[in-house]
Design a protein around this ligand. Structure first.
Ligand code: MN
Length: 153
């Protein structure tokens, strides 16, 4: 009997250990989607789920972007501006020449047209935001250099 109880005890430790090492999915309201086809303009891995594609009715492109820990965009700018709605995790946002801002669920970032910036996850947290690109078709994205580890910290 004692041997059986000890066996059950070991099994429970094994199961508990297994659960704790399983990667937890970021809890977010929208589907993560596939690997981001624009990842060459990013550092690290991101996923993209397009929610509203460019069309003539809404003049907006809306997508859910999920960043793995440490992942971030290159420096870039949008000729028609961009709005970010933060949905999960902790992230970072920086405009050229300004301090890095910490982003949390519920934050709204309004990025004026042609302002150079980057956005992404914090080093220790996954991160997700909805990206709204308004003013289509007059909104082109210009991709610039990567955000170095020194700039990102
Ligand atoms: Mn942007």
């Amino acid at each position: 009997m004692k041997k059986i109880l000890f066996g059950i005890f070991l099994a429970m430790i094994f199961i508990a250990g297994g659960y704790s090492t399983m990667a937890k999915e970021l809890d977010q309201p929208f589907e993560k989607g596939d690997i981001n086809p624009y990842n060459k303009f990013f550092t690290g891995t991101t996923h993209l789920n397009m929610l509203v594609t460019k069309d003539d009715v809404f003049n907006s492109s809306i997508g859910n972007v999920t960043f793995e820990k440490g992942a971030r965009t290159n420096w870039h700018k949008h000729s028609g501006g961009q709005i970010l709605l933060v949905t999960a995790g902790e992230g970072r946002y920086q405009e050229k020449g300004k301090d890095i801002q910490i982003l949390k669920k519920g934050d709204v970032v309004k990025i004026p047209p042609n302002v150079e910036h980057w956005h992404g996850a914090s080093p220790d947290s996954e991160f997700a935001h909805i990206s709204i690109e308004p003013n289509i078709p007059n909104n082109e994205t210009t991709w610039l250099e990567a955000v170095s580890d020194e700039q990102y910290k």
